[in-house]
Write a protein that binds this ligand. Sequence first.
Ligand code: DGJ
Length: 730
Amino acid sequence: MSKYLIGFILLLNFFDLKSEIIKLQTKDLVIVFQTDDHQRLGMVYMGDKLNDDNEYAQIRSAYRYDGANEGIFHMAYTPSGTWNLGEPALSLIHSDGNTSTELLYDSHMTESNMSNVSTTSIVLIDPVYKTKVVLKYKLFYEENVVEQWAEIYNQETGTLRMDKYASANLYLEGEDFYLKHYHGVWAKEMKPETTVLTSGIKTIESKLGARANLLQPPSFVLGIDGPISEDKGKVLLGNLEWTGNFKIDFEIDPYGNLKLIAGINPFASEYSLKAGEKFETPAFVYAYSAKGAGDASRNMHNWARKYKLFDGEGNRLTLLNNWEATYFDFDEQKLVSLFSGAKKLGVDMFLLDDGWFGNKYPRNSDKSGLGDWQENTKKLPNGIPFLVKEAEKAGVKFGIWVEPEMVNPKSELYEKHPDWVIRQKDRPEVYYRNQLVLDLSNPEVQNFVFGVLDTLFTENPKLAFIKWDCNSVIFNAHSAYLEKMKLPQTHLYVDYVKGFYKVMERIRAKYPNVPMMLCSGGGGRADYKALSYFTEFWLSDNTDPIERVFIQWENSFLFPSIASDNHITDWSKVGIKFRTDVAMMGKMGYDIVVDHLDENELTFSQEALKKYDELKPVIWRGDLFRLVDPWENPMAVVQYVSKDKSKSVMFNYVISNRYGAGNSTKPIVLQGLDPNKKYKIQEINVFPGSFKVIDETKVYSGDYLLKVGFNPVLSSRRTSVVLEISEVKN
Ligand code: DGJ
């Protein structure tokens, strides 16, 4: 053998030896990384696991991507300013002004201190500037869920400026990518749009600062190999765990593959790190399934309840809220009279909404008083403590609304602390709902916001619930605090959110048991980081039950029903039965005047609440099956099944009945039941005086219900039907 050939073989072996393969595995998903001969780390496979572990090593060689751009699209974390000319995950300006970064594989390790959960850290280092990036992958084995983020370390002697610092960079090989993303405005949230991704970049993002998801949430559903289906095909559900500006890019590269980059929106957000400092990006969470969106959602729900949502497996309080019942027009007497209504109805709690504070500038409309968190002495001469006591006497708990991040210019707070307000002092102020946003990058403001809650709890230890609102976006983004501290203004959007988290950490450390609703005007905050502090969220102010079927349907892709606050209000003229049935598909509440209900409506509501109490464990903690899609059918059907498959609740609605289209002519095939069990089916939430049309004496096998199904007998007279399906033993 010639010495050249021996040399060549040795060289090949050398590269072989150096090629590192990292496999991250959950029950069904594997993500494989491999170093190339420059020591760059590529993501070479993401999808279903192989039976033989050894075969991952040959995946890369099965792809023949030619051309000068070979290999640049699939990097585990794409840098900029060197060989990459595409969209980067990381873009840096080093302390000497140099804009080039290269990231080479250094090492990796996996820690697992909980069964089912492991975290792999992959260390990448720039050979010139020694910038260290640690890619973190937290794997939830049973749920097929991954949380991914990055840590960026400045190892230079001067300041490192970060232009772009994404959380995640994925590379998916597939055929046709179908992206379902969401848009909306107030009361029209979560409108889905599905698009086939084509060459170039499709972006979903927010630049709104606070109430960041008013126009777009950081959530999506991705069909990897074709249209998104409930029970077939590869699907990825994603959400960026960040309560501020976000950006998720979906780029189809020249090979038809998808590069996905998700993170904080780099818009006006260049962030600097002093020597020795580190930055941790927010996590990007995704659930994978090769069995369709239904399975991916159930996985996401299981993960959220167990690991993310605050007290995700705990209890929730049913409530009566006074917002739509009174708006700002109430006083002590009126409120106390509503407490007895709450009791009569049978809910756990009364929730006092906006309008209880402000004296110099009373909060009698949304134009004044926000920021002055002292009880209005005219409306509430005996303060909140009196109300808490009166509620207790009436037999219900008491909760309260706050919006502590915001301020009306017409307030004492604004007069005293104009420097606490995000504004450009030499420019006209721009308002959203007549208010401005406080500067949470300022630790004094963080103390103030914490103090609003802390004072309420100190004075009212029995406060049972907080509704935390956030109605404004950030205009005129400028921080007097950052200016005073000589910190860049481009830190504001990021430090605002970090400040919000600092406050929430303090609140949760001191008050770990209080359920809290993340409100934000309805759907304005819908991310899993915020939900790690909150037990639930308000999806929309729109409580029209038909609209709500759609809003709840779309939210159900990402969020479990226990997180979904659904209220029965007088927003629409649709009868109370329909409104109640829809609200039952999550955490139920009321926003009505109980005394305005007629006798039948009251009896119906009382019975429905009792039934809800019985069935809420199935609805909150069971598996969700979306059976009939209201976007494609004149009906909507959703089913919840308890984990032991002994109980199920099926919600059926007529969405449109033109030419009788909503009449259920055929049975609806059920899911999630045990084919070997026997079940009986009862109609619940039947309005007094209505006839039951379902034969409740019959017993069906699970096998029959899973193959033939059951007809809920929907019609123009039965537009909403709820069925309780129970196992029959023997
Ligand atoms: C917006 C919320 O979505 C409503 O439920 C209500 O709390 C109002 N704010 C109060 O101002």
